[in-house]
Design a protein around this ligand. Structure first.
Ligand code: AMP
Ligand code: ZN
Ligand code: FE
Ligand code: FE
Length: 286
């Protein structure tokens, strides 16, 4: 994979954008379906978007179909990985969503997410917090099951008043009910994304609190950094921008839109320019 020269035309600190490359749909823990997302994106006159569901590419084709060529839809995924207790997300742009290995990897991962949710629900039940797994699974339909789905059940059953309270009291990393996802090192995920035709980009480095990790992931083959993200301050954006320039990596941005779950509530809130999209295409060899 060739590394290209980068210099974004999207200024640090500017939050509106024409390309939102980080959006979740109902195929993971987002609240909007692909068609509903496209409707909003059209209103915002976005030029390009990427549906980046957690460990799922099931929403990509539906989004491409709904866009009917009016918006450039990048096939993508946000893959889970970890180093010990650190949860690390890697975005994979232009990944080949039909690759058999990818499809079976994601099927396995979604099954793992089901088992993990069951474990968390069992631990909660042991403490008298009773939730119905089948109901949660039914509500989630064909989504990759995650903690936000359990959070919703906690609200429905009157244990908490909000998703945030559910995370603070029951589902956060430090909770006794928290169950980590299976062990997959980011280096492996980065390699997998490359093997399956995608461009691996470090998602929201600002949320991973370990000194030197961004540099480690670059050494391990990451081809880009998500610079513009709602959790990044302007000074962090500047720092990430400089790291990307120094290492000749592509810099991406997105809103991490989930709907009204959590604080990622506005499509187009963060993003990048079309130049980054062209660059991703170049790196992917498309
Ligand atoms: P999981 O992939 O099952 O570990 O769930 C992680 C997801 O939960 C993240 O992608 C966020 O969408 C969501 N999340 C994490 N913390 C919070 C929070 N405090 N409030 C709302 N949503 C959250
Ligand atoms: Zn999420
Ligand atoms: Fe993420
Ligand atoms: Fe995300």
């Amino acid at each position: 994979m060739t590394k290209v020269d980068v210099k974004s035309s999207h200024p640090v600190g500017r939050n509106y954008c024409c390309a939102d490359l980080h959006i979740h749909s109902t195929y993971s823990d987002g609240l909007l379906t692909p068609s509903e997302i496209i409707k909003v994106c059209k209103e915002l006159q976005l030029k390009a978007i990427a549906i980046t569901d957690h460990d799922s590419v099931s929403g990509v084709e539906e989004t491409i179909h709904a866009a009917q060529k009016s918006i450039d839809v990048i096939p993508a995924v946000e893959m889970s990985s970890n180093i010990g207790v650190l949860d690390i997300h890697i975005l994979g742009y232009y990944i080949d969503i039909r690759n058999g290995e990818l499809v079976s990897y994601l099927e396995d991962f979604q099954q793992h997410r089901i088992e993990r949710a069951k474990k968390m629900i069992e631990k909660l039940a042991d403490d008298g917090i009773k939730l119905d797994f089948n109901q949660i699974k039914e509500n989630a339909k064909n989504a990759a099951l995650g903690r936000p789905h359990i959070a919703e059940a906690l609200i429905e059953n009157g244990y908490v008043h909000s998703i945030n309270e559910a995370f603070i009291r029951y589902l956060g990393y430090h909770s006794q009910y928290y169950e980590p996802k299976k062990n997959i090192h980011p280096k492996q995920v980065i390699q997998n994304i490359k093997d399956w035709g995608g461009v691996p980009v470090i998602a929201h480095p600002g949320t991973i609190h370990r000194e030197g990790l961004t540099n480690q992931l670059i050494m391990e083959g990451a081809a880009g950094i998500e610079v513009w993200h709602p959790d990044h301050t302007q000074s962090l954006q500047q720092k990430l921008y400089e790291i990307a320039l120094e290492n000749r990596l592509v810099m991406t941005g997105g809103s991490d839109y989930h709907g009204f779950r959590g604080s990622y509530d506005q499509i187009g809130k963060c993003g990048c320019s079309e130049k980054e999209v062209i660059m991703l295409k170049e790196i992917a060899g498309i």
